[in-house]
Design a protein around this ligand. Sequence first.
Ligand code: PEP
Ligand code: MN
Length: 367
Amino acid sequence: MKVDLQVNPIETWAKTTHKPLIIAGPCSAETPEQLLATAKQLKELGKVDVLRAGIWKPRTRPNAFEGAGEDGLKWFADVKKELGMMIGTEVANPEHIELALKYGVDVLWIGARTTVSPFAIQEMADALQGVDIPVLIKNPTHPELGLWIGAFERFHRAGIKNLAAIHRGFSTIDKSKFRNVPTWSIPIELKRIAPQIPIICDPSHIGGKRDLIFDISQKAMDLGFDGLMIETHIDPDKAWSDADQQVTPSRLGEILRDLKIREVTSDNQSFNDSLEDLRTKIDSLDRELIEVLTARMAIVEKIGEYKKDNNVTTLQVNRWDEIMKNLTSLAQKMNLSETYVEDLFKIIHEESIRKQTEIMKAVESKA
Ligand code: PEP
Ligand code: MN
């Protein structure tokens, strides 16, 4: 599947001359002083393209700080006038959009909790019909690529061509060092099927802790992401929301200084030649893998026939457990990650079971 949307590159709307695009600013606009002081230091870094601040905050439970609302927009507009920076905020309904436009917000983004709702997205797309403003769409809280793409399609149909994705990770019930697990395969798949949509990484909401921000940002740069959105606060520990994950403007400066920015291609001929050579080897190994999987499946089918004839279940838990134990210990010896080998063989085993179930069914329908 390919997604056929006409989306403009970031440079169309952000006057950025450098890569990646940097969006920074506090999780929430708290007071006029906090917003201005943070913004001034960010401006001094000379690398921040868009100043972010949450005006309406989607909090998990009521009674937490829910944002400064229209007052915050007034402070934001003043900061924009004083410092000449582009400003951006999260909107979640047509009323937010109307107010954001009234106060001169330059960039809108859709929060993760809103992307999950096609009704909310459609209402906002309708409100933006005929308005020329960039809309950045955060991934939905759960890893469903279709829902993310659907949001792009709705805004695109309303005429918005300045679109970008924000990868902010996904909720999980599993124990994890991340606040929201990155599951990089989802944004990578988005990049594959819709390479025209720029992707910005939000390491703050992925990490949930400021110590994780550099590594997540570097990983995004290694993958060729187009931008970063990093929560930055003049006094992070005193922040009214997301205190653990915000960094000071000077820490942001260090992060941006130390990040290695990679290019998608290189004009170094000898690098390109070696790459080509290694890729030929990979292609040939991949072909061998397919041949081995085909030979394996032929035996799986034969076993399926025997099981059918002898009225034995497709799933043999002890055997499966033994295979997994042997393979993960082999993986360890060979220096391959155990979870990698485990995940791979779960897929292989699942397909074997599916094939054998098909064989069993064929018997039942014959009988
Ligand atoms: C935010 O950017 O402050 C925010 C609420 O993010 P998310 O929608 O990713 O949770
Ligand atoms: Mn936040």
